[in-house]
Design a protein around this ligand. Structure first.
Ligand code: ARG
Length: 491
């Protein structure tokens, strides 16, 4: 059998190498999934080539041919996608396919591109460049979702609703404050995403030990940093620092891990939100109505409108957590330095990323089309003594120690239940005062107590910073609108 496209290292072997066994060729290949790194691979190669020219390891003419060849290859791949004839499984991966195509186009100039470089530092660079872009895309999508939440809050944010702890009725809040809670959580995940160490350039670390050639790593880094807009403002920082240890630089997948952890956190929040809205969309709650676009029917039960999109957002979290576990597990047994196990990293990074992108876009559409059912929420608002804590706080304002107030209100709630009253406000001043006296206190309750009762009154009374009532919501809404106005998409 002849070797159809010999890999550049096979000449060290007596036989034909892995390319001669189709299973081995496919097994060792990552082409299926790493093709999507092609723009970043080419970006890194051009930076490397410019550096090689800068330190006189290649000529100006070599560089010209390399740049032209790589740019041509990039357009070809962009145009032809999977059909690009340069994709050859026996060449293993995106790096080798692009380099082979370059050599085909440019001969010796192309043969010089890999000077002082290994696929180990090359792939470490490519994945970071890709992650950096992906983090921008994810952050933009998260801000789109936040924007949708803010818009819904503007429309229906002042509707009074119950809050839940332990999924039991707690205190009254407004819809907007709950919507802003999701926005706050998502905003934190954006901060988390930005924290992965995208800025450290591993290129120049070679296979593990660096190189005896006079590579100028800062020069390469300079090529990969800072994108400016037409006004000369920095719109992207990119790589700004050197990885300081060539062994770590080629052995580590920490950036990928940080990124997938951030995706896991994003998924976790999306899943909690989905769960909340699945409950709210149930007949029992009826707090929200989902648009028909985002529910599905049953093949058997004609009446059904199932919140499948929300369920899938919740369910897809499994894939994202799985990707994180896969990556962590993959790294745990490896000696320091590159091991081929690391090739599998991209499979999990891409799977998690694709899933979270889809979930975010779907969530945004759901939020944009969902309505809170004000009347329905209102009907049940008197259930569960949501104003009990407010009553205790009223007593505190009249000088009753909080622990005593808590006890008094507990007794009053019990009294209501005994009398079949649903609301504390049905009690008389005498009832309130009798309970105070029974707990060893004075008759401190006056007519103004009724201003502290009823969910609508309570949400107006919260005054702590960040509260879930009207004032807290309005403050947060204002801040969000301000951020979104200032920063365009950046929320
Ligand atoms: N496709 C490989 C990866 O993603 C490239 C590295 C191969 N390196 C090696 N020393 N065999 O990890």
């Amino acid at each position: 059998m002849t070797n159809p496209a010999p890999k550049p290292w096979e000449h060290t072997k007596a036989g034909q190498g892995s390319a001669a066994d189709p299973l081995a060729a496919r097994f060792v290949s990552s082409l299926d999934y790493d093709k999507r790194l092609y723009t970043h691979d080419i970006q890194g190669s051009i930076a490397h080539a410019r550096m090689l020219k800068h330190v006189n390891l290649i000529t100006a003419d070599d560089l010209k041919q390399i740049e032209a060849g790589l740019n041509e290859i990039e357009s070809e791949i962009t145009e032809q996608g999977d059909a690009w004839p340069g994709w050859k499984v026996e060449l293993e991966d995106v790096h080798m396919c692009i380099e082979a195509a370059l050599i085909e186009k440019t001969g010796d100039a192309g043969r010089k591109l890999h000077t002082g470089r290994s696929r180990n530092d090359q792939v470490a660079l490519d994945i970071r460049l890709w992650l950096d872009d992906a983090s921008d895309r994810i952050s933009d999508s998260i801000y789109e979702l936040i924007r949708a939440l803010v818009e819904l809050a503007e429309k229906q944010g002042e509707v009074v609703m119950p809050s839940y702890t332990h999924l039991q009725r707690a205190q009254p809040i407004v819809v907007g404050s709950e919507l802003m809670s999701w926005a706050t959580a998502l905003d934190r995940t954006v901060e988390q995403i930005a924290m992965a160490d995208y800025m450290f350039n591993p290129l120049g670390s070679g296979a593990i030990a660096g190189s005896a050639l006079p590579l100028d790593r800062m020069h390469t880094t300079g090529q990969l940093s800072r994108t400016y807009n037409a006004d000369g403002e920095v719109i992207h920082y990119g790589m700004t620092e050197l990885e300081t240890n060539s062994i770590y630089a080629t052995a580590s997948r920490d950036t990928a891990l940080n990124f997938v952890f951030s995706l896991s956190m994003t998924s976790m929040w999306l899943s909690r939100w989905a769960e909340q809205w699945i409950i709210y969309a149930s007949t029992e709650f009826g707090f929200i109505t989902l648009d028909d676009l985002y529910t599905t029917g049953s093949s058997m039960m004609p009446q059904k409108q199932n919140p499948d999109m929300l369920e899938l957002i919740r369910g897809k979290t499994g894939l994202v957590y799985g990707s994180l576990m896969a990556l962590l597990t993959m790294c745990k047994g490896l000696t320091i330095g590159y091991n081929r196990d690391l090739q599998e990293d991209k499979r999990h990074v891409f799977a998690a990323y694709d899933s979270v992108c889809d979930c975010l876009d779907m969530a945004t559409r759901i939020v944009k089309t969902t309505k809170f059912n004000e009347d329905r929420i209102k009907q049940g608002l008197d259930k569960g003594f949501l104003d009990a804590t407010s009553l205790a706080e009223y007593l505190v304002t009249k000088g009753v120690p909080f622990r005593t107030a808590h006890q008094v209100v507990g007794k009053l709630v019990q009294a209501c239940r005994d009398k079949g009253y649903e609301k504390l406000s049905l009690l008389s001043l005498d009832d309130f005062n009798a309970a105070c006296v029974a707990s060893g206190g004075k008759k401190v309750v006056e007519k103004d107590v009724y201003d502290w009762l009823g969910p609508e009154n309570v949400v107006k009374r919260y005054q702590t910073a960040g509260n879930a009532g009207l004032s807290g919501f309005q403050e947060q809404l204002k801040a969000w609108k301000e951020r979104m106005k200032d920063d365009g998409a950046e929320g």
